[in-house]
Design a protein around this ligand. Structure first.
Ligand SMILES: [Fe+2]
Ligand SMILES: [Fe+2]
Length: 428
């Protein structure tokens, strides 16, 4: 586990804000308050990437499980739990290192429960996620629970997953439907029991369930059909983004990276006199910056050497994958653009698009500096960690080519301010 080295800087006087020319590429951001489900129904696409599924798998499982739950006339509370269990059933797949205090029995289902806890979801959802590979007949894992000992939420997600797996093998929707007509209670009973099995068979005859399955707005539909979600709030958005940041860090073995990037980005925003809503968006974008890396195979992210051209091509897709997931979230359009462009460069030699320097939004220019700074301060298989002072030197050398000079100019002041904050926090 790589620890971020402590900051050690001579104190730096605050640089006067540099705003000249920034308005050209500074678009105001309006992150909206949202309900948890509005954000998570889209973010679940990140878990699909990790499971090697096409984006949309988790939300299809949630849609099917929700339809089965309505057929069973489950309470509003139980239906809400079904939705979260379904959306998070693969959340743990990418997580490689659970914190020591988390019970890891069950592998990815235990890790998924940990992600649910980070998101502030109730213990019943965590328990149900842990049980998504249990079976009615007691032949499941990890605890070989049987019958009513398996939470009904987990049984419904198993049933929905069974249908989704079937769809994966047969491509055309009408053929899937026709082939599923041959499914009998005998097929389903050992997995989910008679009661759930009957509801599944009934629901799979419904046109509405099938028609929605291939709908581009399925995430929106799932979000709207979940009861008891309360009011939209910024708090939900912050908490989910922070949870995703910790999850991505736990999957690329870089604990603390996302929150360090966020702290520095917010401080740079302050040095540049960016307003509160811009800084909030910078914090959120920093947390989700490498969401797309969940789709990069492990043999590439963990390769202890320089990547081959083909491996680099795959790695270079991660900002685009993240943007695809983030864009449809209400209020996230600008954040998605920043994340997509965080490896673009002023000299036009960045990726994924090789944008002309003037086209790179300010948020992305800030993220490029903060992401690189902390990456340089971390050990890599092919080089030791740099000291903060060495990392600043590397970034200053890249001003005007790899990094925006107006952002680089405030880096030292932002780091000094961060250090002063943490000193004050330590003293308190
Ligand atoms: Fe899955
Ligand atoms: Fe990245």
């Amino acid at each position: 586990m790589v620890q971020q080295p402590a900051l050690s800087f001579p104190s730096v006087t605050r640089h006067p804000s540099f705003l000249e020319g920034l308005d050209v590429y500074r678009v105001p951001v309006h992150l909206q308050p949202a309900r948890r489900i509005d954000v998570l129904s889209h973010l679940s696409g990140a878990f699909d990437l990790a499971e090697g599924q096409p984006v949309g798998h988790s939300v299809r499982v949630a849609h099917l499980a929700g339809a089965f739950a309505r057929a069973l006339k489950l309470s509003a509370t139980a239906r809400r739990r079904v939705a979260y269990t379904a959306l998070l059933h693969d959340a743990g797949v990418a997580v490689r290192a659970l914190p020591d205090e988390v019970d890891g029995a069950g592998g990815h289902t235990a890790a998924g429960a940990w992600v649910a806890e980070l998101m502030g979801l109730e213990s019943e959802v965590q328990t149900a996620i842990r049980a998504t590979h249990e079976r009615w007949d007691g032949e499941g894992r990890p605890h070989r629970l049987a019958m009513d000992d398996v939470p009904v939420e987990a049984l419904l997600v198993s049933a929905a997953h069974w249908v989704a797996d079937f769809m994966g093998a047969v491509s055309h929707p009408l053929r899937v439907r026709a082939e599923l007509r041959g499914v009998t209670l005998d097929d389903l009973e050992p997995i989910v029991g008679l009661r759930v099995g009957r509801a599944v068979i009934d629901e799979l005859r419904s046109d509405a369930v099938w028609m929605l399955l291939w709908n581009d707005d399925l995430a929106l539909h799932v979000a709207q059909s979940v009861p008891g979600e309360g009011r939209p709030s910024h708090h939900h958005v912050d908490r989910l983004a922070t949870a995703i940041g910790r999850m991505v860090d736990a999957s690329v073995h870089e604990p603390g990276h996302a929150s360090s990037v966020a702290m520095l980005a917010v401080e740079i925003g302050r040095q540049l006199d960016l307003d509160e809503s811009y800084r909030r968006a910078l914090r959120i974008a920093s947390q989700v910056i490498d969401l797309g890396q969940l789709g990069v195979p492990r043999h590439i992210t963990e390769k202890p050497a320089i990547l081959s051209v083909d491996e680099m091509d795959i790695m270079r897709q991660h900002p685009g994958w993240a943007a695809q997931i983030l864009e449809p979230i209400p209020g996230f359009l600008e954040v998605a653009r920043w994340v997509e462009a965080h490896h673009e460069r002023p000299d036009g030699r960045g990726y994924p698009e090789g944008l002309d320097g003037n086209e790179v939004p300010l948020g992305a220019r800030i993220l490029a500096v903060t992401d690189s700074f902390w990456a340089l301060c971390s050990e890599r298989p092919y080089r030791p960690a740099l000291t903060p002072l060495q990392a600043v030197g590397v970034i200053e050398d890249g001003a005007g080519t790899q990094y925006d000079p107006s952002v680089v100019r405030v880096l030292r002041a932002a780091l000094a301010a961060m250090r002063a904050h943490s000193r004050r926090a330590d003293a308190a």
